[in-house]
Design a protein around this ligand. Structure first.
Ligand code: 4AD
Ligand code: MG
Length: 460
């Protein structure tokens, strides 16, 4: 009897175990006397070396196997004489399930990330993307575990929604209007009734709905896809990304920063402890020094700097920036990098931004000029978390909306939450792909999401 296992378990098996393993051939090397197949099934970074001899009835067929072929192998685990692996599988039967040939786009050579993006349907079969997507899955589960351990309720906020939470005009419209004959008002398409009579789009953030649930369940989080119709071709922006958004009732900005720091360090610790082989690969081949950096962040507390202080630091920087530095202007990624890489040399919370450059829902500070906002900036990636204490005072919220030109009509339900049982509350959003970039050293957001939705990649 052969026990069916994954490659990961086969590599950890003792000698003389009879196993069946199924997967895809990464390489096939064949001589007269023996064939070696590196078999990978995605369960771990390493491949299992399968050794097949000419006594197998289909030895010729095995020798003709192309890279990428799907096979099932039965055999016995034996100690391996080869360096770098403790055991190999001495094949007693090799069944070819799905052959492959020379036209397979992933031949045994180094491919560029750009090329691999053009074959997003096959790239999960490479070492690099195998590692990325194992870490992605493991982190997603760690995120749910963190919040579950801390008593947070998991809320599914809507994907189709009428509100543009960030007010940045980046809502993708969802429409049921006939595209060949859209209704016109004054000669222009009237989108105001596009979803069976309501104006709707794809969510840019689950926060506003999340706040309603925090005001009932105290501590909640959402973790879902988020959409922004921005035509930006940067390595850090995608039109579809995943965001984790916790929200806590009876909490202020300091509580918010405390949660963000504990959460972030928990996730650093998680990859060090649970994704060791994949991280070692990133450390050796993608970003030397990654493991040391992640370890330091997991073990140290984060700096905090007022926005005003950040502007002063940037003004006295010995380098010149392409974008202007002025109190009242937003920080650009070159500024974020300077602050994290040259000034603080680690993660830093920038807090209390001018109200004009932040969203309408942030709580006004007593100086009347700033709001209780916090962004967590990290070296290499820049802004990774954006959060704030929310404006819980109805009159001030309404005044701020009027000032920012936001129509309160569609947000009546949000305003209701300030009418009955309002309380101080705070939360933040962590961009899941930016977290992955930070923890793997991958430099482009297109390479940490299975199917990137960016202006040039949305076909499949
Ligand atoms: O700073 P943002 O826009 O904040 C919000 O959406 C708040 N409603 C969150 C909250 O307080 N609940 O986005 C939060 C984070 C950013 O710091 C960044 O990591 C990520 O989401 N992000 C993006 N990631 C990839 N592509 C984009 N286009 C992104 N826009 C934001
Ligand atoms: Mg932000």
């Amino acid at each position: 009897m052969y026990k069916r296992v994954r490659v990961k378990q086969a590599l950890a098996s003792g000698p003389e175990t009879a196993l069946e393993v199924r997967g895809w051939a990464r390489t096939v090397r064949c001589g007269k006397e023996v064939a070696f197949i590196a078999l990978n099934d995605g369960s771990c970074f390493g491949s299992l070396q399968v050794v097949a001899g000419p006594s197998l009835a289909n030895f010729d067929e095995i020798c003709r196997l192309g890279t990428g072929s799907a096979i099932a192998v039965r055999g016995r685990v034996v100690p391996s004489p080869a360096a770098g692996q403790a055991v190999e599988l001495a094949a007693e039967e090799v069944r070819v399930i799905g052959p492959s040939d020379d036209s397979y786009p992933l031949q045994k050579k180094r491919h560029t990330m750009e090329y691999l993006r053009t074959i997003a349907h096959l790239r999960p079969r490479t070492n690099t993307f195998g590692a990325v997507f194992r870490v992605r899955s493991s982190l997603a589960q760690a995120i749910h575990r963190f919040f579950s351990e801390h008593g947070f309720l998991y809320v599914h906020t809507p994907i189709i929604t009428g509100n543009d939470c960030e007010g940045a005009g980046e809502l993708f419209r969802v429409t049921t209007l006939p595209l060949d004959k859209p209704p016109l008002v004054g000669g222009r398409v009237d989108y105001s009734a596009d979803f069976f009579g309501q104006a709707t789009g794809l969510t840019v953030s689950g926060q506003l709905e999340g706040e309603l649930y925090a005001l009932a369940f105290s501590d909640i989080y959402t973790f879902g896809p988020t959409f922004r119709a921005e035509n930006s071709n940067t390595s850090r922006h995608a039109a579809e990304f995943w965001m984790i958004e916790p929200e806590m009732a009876f909490a202020d900005l300091q509580d918010d920063a405390r949660l963000a720091e504990e959460f972030f360090r928990y996730l650093c610790r998680h990859v060090l402890d649970e994704c060791h082989d994949d991280l070692a690969f990133f450390n050796d081949h993608i970003d030397k020094g990654l493991i040391e950096r992640v370890r330091q962040v997991a073990d140290s507390s984060f700096a905090m700097m007022e926005y005003t202080e950040a502007i002063e630091q940037l003004k006295k920087a010995p380098i010149s920036f392409s974008f202007p530095v002025e109190w009242g202007l937003d920080l650009q990624s070159e500024h974020e990098r300077y602050l994290t890489e040259q000034v603080v040399k680690g993660p830093v919370f920038i807090v209390n931004y001018p109200k004009e450059i932040k969203a309408f829902y942030m709580r006004r500070n007593n100086d009347n000029r700033t709001v209780a906002a916090m962004d967590l900036l990290v070296p290499k990636v820049g802004e990774i978390i954006g959060g704030s204490q929310r404006e819980e005072r109805l009159d001030l919220l309404e005044a701020r909306m009027a000032e920012a030109g936001i129509d309160p009509t569609g947000l009546w339900w949000y305003l209701d939450s300030r009418r009955w049982g309002s309380c101080p509350h705070a939360g933040f959003g962590l961009g899941f792909e930016r977290l992955l970039m930070y923890l793997t050293g991958m430099e482009n957001i297109r390479d940490v999401i299975p199917f990137p939705r960016t202006p040039r990649h949305a076909e499949f």
